[in-house]
Design a protein around this ligand. Structure first.
Ligand SMILES: NC(=O)c1ccc[n+]([C@@H]2O[C@H](COP(=O)([O-])OP(=O)(O)OC[C@H]3O[C@@H](n4cnc5c(N)ncnc54)[C@H](OP(=O)(O)O)[C@@H]3O)[C@@H](O)[C@H]2O)c1
Length: 491
């Protein structure tokens, strides 16, 4: 029976307890794990394996405890610092002991603060713990790297350089948990397993695309200190929003193999128009939430946020993709904290018919009504809605909007597996399709960095306040021009 050893660095941390162990248990419950799984948790604080198992069990629902009891004897805790060469040498020997003469595959999960990613990989490499031949079925070595991957292009490139001097790209699994969401993966399935939408999926028929990732929460759980070092652009746009954009805008891949999909995503991310400072001032709106009836504290009053911080909690961008499929089509991107609703949605707005045959041009009407749009609602509930016009019954030629709607809940018998469950399984199985390649993350940073540079340039648009619980700053409405419409309002 093959053995897989999952070595979690950062064993006592929040991510391990809240996401990784429940993901592992979810996979065990679903019967997805092959062979024997051993979990080895590492962090500096001292505790026994029994104590660690008890701590982790507290985060699991009662219904998962029988599965956990079966896994628990294979769950071990080892205290030590990943920065110590001696500790890593000892760890290597302990992993071999646990393998009892077998040649297990090893997944090293870096659930650590990002400044430790490079030193750990250097240490593991020096200890001879991550070397393996390409395509190894047994004795493979993989490293999962958490987000954030760098804080800008320079730091991302530096981290990629370190990783790639000790690992091959096929051993590196950079996580963006958004790609583990069933509903995000369905974007590709919807686009490429149906024949009727793809012919419309281009500048010829699409007038604009909107991607909104709206959150209702603010700095709950004392996140203010961390968040203030990131902001909405780095925390959400550079990764999640641009990943959704890549899936919406990419060309059909040659196959679903990791490199085929990721090469297409890189192509589209590299075609994002890099805005000049003047274009940032015109095409990007940043905001910060204010106290309102919905919330007693504004961002500046949140715990951990420095006085006078100008970190954005909202950003809206009118982006452009300079390639044959999308040239001239604005992509409206938006994300924010403390907004009116929590939802993630993609809307394709189709062009208006060239002639209004039934009613002719309406005198004085500024813009023709836009009859057709396709809404892909990603969360909280997955829905697909196609809007069109029908004739109002009766003698006249009045038109009224109608909607075809599909709700995933209608065909779903089981709750969707959490994103980490799918991603952990893929990493164990060596399937990197839903993980980010090094060049992808760099292309996304190039775009995000240009926006941040624009915010620091003379003449930059100031940060706009918006009331918590609202749709964000009114200034973001002006990113839509002429007859382009406005932001979707959620469900
Ligand atoms: N939490 C989330 O929901 C979440 C979501 C997305 C991404 N992430 C990313 O996941 C990573 C971990 O986040 P987290 O929230 O779990 O952080 P955390 O709660 O602060 O945990 C950090 C862990 O690292 C350990 N550690 C620190 N220095 C160490 C060293 N030198 N050697 C060994 N272990 C060491 C800590 O334990 P000791 O102090 O005992 O050593 C602790 O177990 C971060 O990169 C974060 O950005 C987290």
């Amino acid at each position: 029976m093959p053995i897989t050893q999952i070595v979690i660095f950062g064993a006592s941390g929040d991510l391990t307890a809240r996401k990784l162990i429940p993901a592992l248990v979810g996979n065990a419950r679903a019967g997805s794990l092959e062979g024997e799984i051993q979990v080895i948790g590492v962090s500096r604080s001292s505790r026994t394996s029994e104590a660690w198992r008890d701590e982790l069990a507290r985060w699991l629902p009662d219904s998962d405890l029988p599965v956990w009891r079966a896994l628990a004897p294979h769950v071990h805790y080892i205290a030590g610092s990943v920065l110590s060469a001696d500790f890593l040498a000892g760890l290597s020997a302990k992993l071999d002991d646990l393998a009892a003469g077998e040649n297990p595959g090893r997944l090293f999960y870096l659930a650590l603060k990002p400044t430790l990613f490079a030193p750990v990989v250097e240490g593991l490499s020096a200890a001879g713990m991550i070397q393996c031949p390409p395509g190894a079925e047994e004795g493979w070595r993989r490293v999962v790297v958490e987000k954030p991957f760098g804080t800008d292009l320079q730091t991302a490139m530096a981290l990629n350089r370190v990783l790639l001097s000790h690992l091959r790209e096929d051993q590196i699994f950079r996580i963006d948990h958004y790609l583990g969401k069933e509903t995000v993966q369905n974007i590709l399935a919807f686009r490429f397993q149906n024949a009727i939408f793809e012919p419309l999926w281009s500048r010829e028929h699409v007038e604009s695309v909107e991607i909104s990732v709206c959150e209702e929460v603010g700095m709950e759980g004392g996140r203010g200190g961390y968040y203030d070092t990131a902001g909405a652009l780095r925390d959400m746009v550079q990764n999640h929003v641009l990943q959704v954009l890549a899936l919406i805008a990419m060309e059909p891949p040659a196959s679903m193999a990791a490199d085929a999909v990721r090469s297409e995503k890189v192509k589209v991310l590299s075609s994002l128009r890099i805005p000049s400072p003047a274009e940032v001032a015109r095409d990007v709106v940043r905001g910060q939430y204010l106290a309102s009836e919905a919330r007693v504290s504004g961002y500046l009053q949140e715990q951990g946020v420095p006085d006078g911080s100008d970190t954005e909690t909202y950003v809206a961008i009118r982006a452009g993709i300079d390639n044959w499929r999308w040239s001239g089509v604005p992509f409206f991107l938006r994300t924010g904290k403390c907004m009116h609703q929590r939802y993630t949605e993609v809307i394709l707005n189709f062009r208006v018919p060239p002639v209004d045959l039934l009613n002719g041009p309406v005198q004085g009407a500024a813009c023709a009504m836009r009859p057709n749009s396709l809404h892909l609602l990603i969360q909280p509930h997955e829905q697909i809605r196609l809007g069109f016009l029908v004739k109002q019954p009766g003698p006249g030629t009045m038109m009224r909007p109608a909607m075809l709607k599909f709700d995933y809940r209608d065909i779903q018998t089981e709750p969707t597996a959490p994103a980490y469950q799918r991603l952990l399984l893929d990493a164990i199985e060596g399937n990197a399709t839903l993980f980010i390649r090094g060049d992808e993350t760099e292309a996304a940073w190039r775009f995000a960095d240009a926006i941040r540079e624009g915010w620091q340039a003379p003449g930059a648009d100031p940060i706009h306040g918006y009331h918590a619980g609202s749709m964000g700053p009114a200034a973001a409405d002006a990113l839509f021009r002429g007859c382009e419409g406005t932001w979707g309002r959620g469900s």
